[in-house]
Design a binder for this molecule. Structure first.
Ligand SMILES: Cc1cc2nc3c(=O)[nH]c(=O)nc-3n(C[C@H](O)[C@H](O)[C@H](O)COP(=O)(O)O)c2cc1C
Length: 206
């Protein structure tokens, strides 16, 4: 099988898993082994969270369960449906917005769902899989379709699978799939002393 790799070009050496995580839109039709699916959610489970509240939830469906697969797809905006339908696994992440222990708002609920998703993404990379997260979802539709209770919010969509052949995508998406991966320099977001003052700690020619 063709393996699609798009390692990050980094300013400093980082772990291979981080370099090799990326967000494909072309997925191989090969199903994901159940033990690998269990492993990626186990990785999510071990994310850190404020008060160890673990405010993350996932609604997941595999393509061999066409009814539930379609229900998750229906919660994505049309653009995302267009390519995510080619993934063997789709999911929605959901945040519990209040702490269980005192009912107070959890200001870090989305943050912690993001941490769980990052864990999931790295475990996926470790297993030869990749995920593609999506802000383009229809949260109220997800609430209706899946009965997501009040106090919980759908956060993001997730497509998961083995990366596939970029040629399977329409022209515009294929170009984006193969374009160089880009990031702002580290000095543009790490400051010391004052907002906006690039930290000498991350200066490139130290
Ligand atoms: C929270 C979140 C929401 C995103 N939403 C979308 C989306 O709706 N549609 C899409 O095609 N890509 C989406 N992406 C993918 C980003 O565009 C992608 O992560 C970014 O371009 C960096 O590329 P990389 O993940 O390959 O490094 C999203 C990513 C994240 C983390």
């Amino acid at each position: 099988m063709k393996t699609v790799k798009r390692p990050a070009e980094t300013e400093a050496p980082i772990h291979d898993l981080l370099r090799h995580r990326w967000s494909p839109r072309a997925f191989d039709s090969r199903p994901v082994e159940p033990e690998k699916l269990r492993a990626v959610f186990e990785a999510a489970r071990w994310a850190a969270s404020s008060f160890n509240a673990q405010p993350w939830f996932f609604i997941v469906a595999t393509k061999d369960d066409p009814e539930n697969f379609k229900r998750v797809l229906d919660c994505l905006v049309e653009f995302n449906q267009g390519w995510a339908k080619g993934a063997p696994v789709v999911a929605l992440s959901v945040a519990r917005m209040k702490f269980e222990h005192n009912g107070e708002p959890n200001r870090h609920a989305f943050h912690d769902v993001g941490q769980a998703a990052a864990n999931l993404a790295l475990e996926a990379t470790n297993l030869g899989l990749q995920i593609h997260q999506m802000a383009g979802i229809l949260p109220e539709k997800a609430r209706e379709i899946f009965g997501i209770p009040e106090g919980y919010e759908a956060v993001a969509g997730i497509a998961l699978g083995y990366p596939g052949d970029a040629d399977s995508l329409p022209d515009k998406l294929r170009e984006r799939e193969l374009a160089p991966r880009e990031r702002k320099p580290v000095s543009s977001f790490v400051f010391t002393g004052h907002w906006g003052k690039p930290s000498p700690i991350v200066a490139r020619n130290r």
